[in-house]
Design a protein around this ligand. Structure first.
Ligand code: TEU
Ligand code: CA
Length: 561
């Protein structure tokens, strides 16, 4: 069995539209990525997850694919892509592409054909149902507001789209669809791609009959998630994909799987089951959502966050593999969300990085996280671009929701918080483009940018660089078991890692208050070596057996018995 290279690697996610514009059209592109590879090398990155760059009408910024074997015009040419891959491989950087096959674009030739008539050869590539009593076939709500069904005039029935109406769900019950997907995967793997991140891959199997969900009081629709997440054939499909494709290449796979528990996580990632290497779970991404969901912003419940992450650590140890992330292109920026993006921005960003990277699993860094980029607060909905945000806003304004309250929720949780252009330097538009950017640049780019970070040896950038390098030097970071301590503390996220005769004590102060932390009895009498911390002058900070933590302070001690 090849060495599982993805176990001690750190993955850097690039959202191409917002990373670097090389030709002045205000849109990030592939030559722009190639131009910035030395920056990734300086950080110590060895794997890149690249959000979709395939041909797309950009209804959902590339997560609506109209040609799986062509590069989006705005991003460049196939030659640009091949040059980028070659330059990555020259630098020892592996490329993981984004596989979006739960749905295609409605402009994909398959769907253009399928919608023409009920006897079209491509009809069963998608999911069609007749309306019921003059209404949609069932009461499921789309992730992007409204019904998951769109009426199709030429055939007089409806097609399913869990996301936008321009993202029709592919019918995975149809083996022709599955073989088309496996062929397109091989097309990219044979070009040298080193793996896939699989978009909403646990939604590809739906419960037959597509039953109605339970409508919440006051809602028009129901969540159908129980009928399309982790469905009856999802493991069969993934094992078939593994047998037909994945097992034939030395690659990494990570499934994006909303709505999973650690029990599901073991089923998807246990190597003996030959499905995926790891998954993105979302339980820790709901700890600041109120009863009405993500836009109903609640304060961070640290105890709940700790218990969720601890359960994922312990349940998958030796039985599967975790991804570790705070940020991605769908989530608000973690330093604003769980840290302090004001006075203690640098300390809290480094603390959050420490807390994440010392757990067991493969860490993911989202573009800009390594320099502590923050959420943005655009004044008007007109400044936003994300279909999820805009559809929610329009739907709720029409229902009479308060506009000011809606903007507060958008400032806290919109996906566009992650999609403002990468901040390279203090030049206009943060050096992202010479043109007009497709979305506004965060006005704080004068203070927060990669150039400034690389000139400051105490920057968040160099702290991430050290965390990445440590993972290569310390087997305990990769292999060690996890033990949560002080679990009921509402200020401290502290845990131990155990491996052979070694122990790590990882202390993270999630508040601006000073904390005194008692070490666990198991460490009493042992001399801990300080491995890393986010304050420079720490020597006086700890006497054996206890540590005084400053605001947002992180310290990691290494013990050898
Ligand atoms: O995201 C799946 C998904 O469920 C997200 O939309 C998430 O639930 C939401 O953003 C949280 O509020 C994947 C991609 O990451 C996302 O960018 C796409 O919009 C979506 O699938 C459809 O392809
Ligand atoms: Ca461009």
């Amino acid at each position: 069995m090849e060495k599982q290279w993805w176990k001690d690697a750190v993955v850097y996610q690039i959202y191409p539209r917002s990373f670097m514009d090389s030709n002045g059209d205000g849109i990030g592109d592939i030559p722009g990525i190639t131009a910035k590879l030395d920056y990734l090398t300086a950080l110590g990155v060895e794997v890149v997850w690249l959000s979709p760059v395939y041909q797309s009408p950009n209804d959902d910024n590339g997560y609506d694919i109209s040609d799986y074997r062509a590069i989006m015009d705005e991003f460049g040419t196939m030659e640009d892509w091949e040059r980028m891959l070659d330059e990555m491989h020259k630098r020892g950087i592996r490329l993981v592409m984004d596989l979006v096959v739960n749905h295609s674009s409605d402009e994909h030739p398959w769907f253009v054909e399928a919608r023409k008539s009920k006897d079209n050869p491509y009809r069963d590539y998608y999911v069609w149902r007749d309306g019921k009593n003059g209404r949609e076939p069932n009461n499921w709500e789309s992730f992007f507001s409204g019904s998951v069904w769109e009426y199709n005039e030429p055939t007089g029935d409806y097609y399913l789209h869990l996301f936008s109406k321009k993202q029709p769900d592919l019918n995975w019950e149809n083996e022709k669809v599955r073989s088309e997907v496996y062929e397109l995967m091989k097309f990219w793997l044979d070009k040298g791609v080193d793996g896939f991140r699989m978009d909403v891959i646990n939604m590809i199997s739906k419960v037959p009959g597509l039953p109605d969900g339970n409508v919440e009081p006051g809602s028009e629709y129901a969540s159908g998630a129980q009928y399309y997440m982790n469905g009856p054939r999802v493991h069969e499909f993934l094992q078939e994909m593994n047998e037909q494709v994945l097992s034939r290449y030395d690659i990494m796979t990570v499934g994006e799987t909303g709505g999973v528990t650690p029990e599901h996580g073991v089923l998807y990632t246990n190597p003996e089951r030959k499905e995926l290497n790891m998954i993105f779970q979302f339980e820790h991404m709901d700890v600041d959502s109120g009863p009405l969901g993500k836009w109903d912003v609640a304060p961070l419940d640290l105890v709940r966050l700790k218990k969720i992450l601890a359960k994922w650590q312990t349940d998958l140890h030796g039985r599967g593999w975790n991804s570790l992330y705070w940020d991605n292109h769908d989530q608000p920026r973690v330093v604003s969300r769980f840290g302090d993006d004001g006075k203690y921005r640098v300390e809290s960003a480094k603390m959050l990085a420490t807390c994440l990277h010392f757990m067991q699993g493969t860490p993911y860094i989202y573009q800009g996280e390594e320099i502590g980029m923050t959420n943005v607060q655009f004044p008007s909905i007109e400044d936003y671009r994300d279909i999820e945000t805009i559809n929610m806003y329009n739907e709720r304004i029409a229902k009479g929701f308060d506009q000011v309250e809606l903007m507060k929720g958008i400032h806290a949780k919109s996906r566009d918080n992650a999609r403002t252009p990468m901040q390279w330097d203090e030049r206009e538009n943060a050096g992202f483009t010479d043109g007009t950017p497709w979305i506004g640049v965060n006005p704080n780019y004068h203070e927060i940018n990669a150039k400034q970070a690389m000139e400051d040896k105490n920057s968040i950038f160099y702290y991430y660089k050290e965390l990445i390098a440590m993972r290569k030097r310390l087997p305990i970071m990769v292999e060690g078991s996890f033990e949560l301590i002080h679990e009921d503390s509402t200020s401290l996220f502290a845990y131990l890692r155990h491996y052979e005769n070694e122990t790590l004590l990882v202390l993270n102060n999630f508040t601006a208050d000073e904390l005194t932390v008692e070490w666990p009895d198991s460490l009493s009498g042992l001399k801990g070596e300080r491995l890393i911390g986010n304050y420079e002058d720490v020597e006086s900070r700890s006497a054996d057996g206890e540590t005084n933590l400053r605001p947002w302070e992180s310290i990691v001690y290494h013990f050898r018995k």
